[in-house]
Design a protein around this ligand. Structure first.
Ligand SMILES: Nc1ncnc2c1ncn2[C@@H]1O[C@H](COP(=O)(O)OP(=O)(O)O)[C@@H](O)[C@H]1O
Ligand SMILES: N[C@@H](CCC(=O)OP(=O)(O)O)C(=O)O
Length: 358
């Protein structure tokens, strides 16, 4: 089987000081991805840069609020960004394609599977998927923390062995990177090392989540058995050197030995998505575990725990305390409690939003 990796490129790497796309850097990174691709490595690219690229294209007629500005800039900038990628990959004889996603696409199993299928069919046909958040339509609670979070979700979903997060800095420093005494952590063993306190809330001019999300995403991905490397995208030949195993300055998160199946990964990487538990009786568990396409009805529910809203993702637990599946609830926890054990009520988890672990 081919080696599969996810490469995330931050906005800062792709934009020059004047706000224009840094075509030289972009082209250097595309050349490296092309080299990996030609060496039979499947690369999924998660690229930021839409908002930064859009800003330099248009001056808004009136002062915009944050959401409208992000929508306007990203809608223009994404076109520019993907066109550049398309041309650069084409010069290498490679086809790339665009996938724009929202957080919702990871909260709904069907969307999740659609996405996974889309990326798989692209990779099977030697197309490089270029993923970005659909900034034009994902606002507020629909937004990912940033593209670092998205890259972790994509790596887990696609069963990637490695996730390389390229930023404008060599890795995670022990202190504020501007301090002379700060040094880079070269390897982090998540079982032993907790370096959260070393990270400042500061971030680059165009970056969204800063180093904190990179660290959190890297920890979670490493727990799932994915090797994560945070490195500087401005260093020459960084990707190829990292893949060749050269000793380039960077922060590497040692992957844990255990691998998990895709639904577990979905849950593990969506800690914000499972908000509570629905406990069910023996009869309901039997029906759900059968081959029938059934929804979970309140009549089979014995207990609700946690606080959740309608449409949140919850765990479904049988009477022995074993998780039988996960699903998207149609009720808030408050409403769900009122319907426990009652007949003739609408499904608490509709079949379309139910995933049963068999
Ligand atoms: N301990 C630390 N080590 C490295 N960088 C840090 C640390 N604490 C905060 N940072 C900041 O995180 C920034 C990288 O995050 P971000 O701006 O989101 O980049 P990107 O746009 O590539 O996602 C660095 O430029 C740096 O200013
Ligand atoms: N989706 C946004 C990127 C937001 C983001 O996460 O930026 P960064 O922290 O630079 O990776 C864009 O394309 O502008």
């Amino acid at each position: 089987m081919k080696e599969r990796i996810v490469v995330k490129i931050g906005s800062q790497i792709l934009s020059r000081k004047d706000g224009m796309l840094d075509l030289t850097r972009m082209s250097a990174l595309v050349d490296q991805i092309a080299e990996l691709h030609k060496n039979n490595i499947e690369v999924i690219l998660v690229s930021s840069g839409a908002v930064a690229s859009g800003k330099s294209e248009i001056k808004a007629k009136a002062k915009l609020d944050t959401i409208s500005a992000r929508q306007l800039y990203s809608s223009i900038g994404q076109v520019k960004l993907i066109n550049r990628y398309y041309d650069l990959f084409q010069q290498q004889g490679i086809i790339c394609g665009q996938i724009l996603v929202t957080k919702e696409d990871f909260a709904t199993r069907r969307h999740y599977l659609n996405q996974r299928n889309c990326m798989s069919v692209m990779l099977d046909n030697k197309v490089i998927p270029i993923v970005n958040e659909n900034d034009a339509i994902s606002v507020n609670e629909l937004m990912f923390t940033d593209n670092d979070e998205l890259s972790g979700l994509v790596a887990a979903m696609m069963g990637a062995k490695k996730l390389i997060i390229l930023s404008n800095i060599d890795g995670i420093y022990s202190d504020n990177p501007s301090k002379p005494e700060a040094y880079i952590f070269r390897e982090i063993d998540i079982k032993k090392d907790d370096i959260e306190n070393c990270i400042q809330s500061s971030k680059s001019a165009t970056g969204r989540g800063g180093m904190t999300t990179k660290y959190n995403v890297a920890r979670r991905a490493a727990e799932e058995g994915i090797e994560v490397i945070i490195a500087n995208g401005r260093r020459d030949n960084i990707l190829v050197d990292l893949i060749k195993g050269k000793d380039v300055v960077s922060t590497r998160f040692k992957p844990s030995g255990k691998g998990t199946n895709s639904i577990k990964k979905w849950i593990a990487h969506s800690d914000g998505f499972t908000k509570g538990e629905i406990h069910i009786n023996k009869c309901a568990a039997e029906v759900l575990l059968s081959d029938k396409a059934v929804s979970l009805l309140p009549v089979g529910v014995t207990k609700i725990s946690g606080n959740f809203e309608a449409d949140d993702i919850v765990r479904i637990i049988d009477e022995k305390g074993k998780q039988v599946g996960i699903g998207r609830t149609s009720y808030s926890s408050e409403k769900a409690k009122e319907t426990i054990g009652k007949n003739n009520k609408k499904a608490i988890v509709h079949y379309d939003y139910l995933y049963i672990e068999k």
